[in-house]
Design a protein around this ligand. Structure first.
Ligand SMILES: [Zn+2]
Length: 164
């Protein structure tokens, strides 16, 4: 069964607004919260977090503020039983594909037994060719371990990650 992704329009707008922070020349991002996969394979993204005060933002790098992300996840769970489904971040280069280090990060999360991810949602925000961060473009990705292994040259190294 294939998994499908639905991002609520107001969440898309929120991510675009938050992504505009990259107008300062540094990546930004945050966690994605939502529901699923449901029995018919749908993941719904219903909330997007901001970077948080202690996020590490560089030109080619973003590391979320873990404490901030945890607080958002707890609040979303209490509010609507929404769970952590993925993350969004910006690419200043304009390349909307997850980088090899992005894929390695996602593979680690997917393989972490205690997190229980079947699929990981990644939304990459890139500057519009004309309007730059005034109108960021969003590219959603739905990644599984098999997907990532197919995208990664070093698939064997990922398989090793399964062994505790
Ligand atoms: Zn990236």
């Amino acid at each position: 069964m294939s998994t499908e992704l639905l991002v609520e329009p107001e969440i898309e707008q929120r991510i675009k607004t938050l992504a505009a922070e990259s107008g300062d020349g540094k990546e930004t991002g945050g966690i994605l919260l939502g529901h699923g996969p449901s029995n018919d394979g749908l993941i719904r993204v219903t909330n997007a977090g901001d970077a948080g005060p202690n996020a590490k933002r560089r030109r080619n790098f973003f590391l979320r503020d873990l404490q901030h992300a945890k607080q958002l996840a707890v609040a979303a769970w209490e509010d609507s039983r929404a769970i952590w489904v993925g993350e969004w971040h910006t690419h200043l280069s304009g390349d909307p594909r997850p980088s090899s280090s992005d894929l390695a990060t996602y593979a680690r999360l997917l393989l972490a037994a205690d997190l229980d991810f079947e699929s990981f949602v990644s939304i990459i925000a890139t500057p519009d060719p004309e309007h730059e961060w005034g109108q960021p473009q969003l590219t959603p990705w739905l990644l599984s371990v098999a997907e990532i292994a197919g995208r990664t040259e070093n698939a064997a190294a990922l398989e090793k990650g399964r062994t505790p």
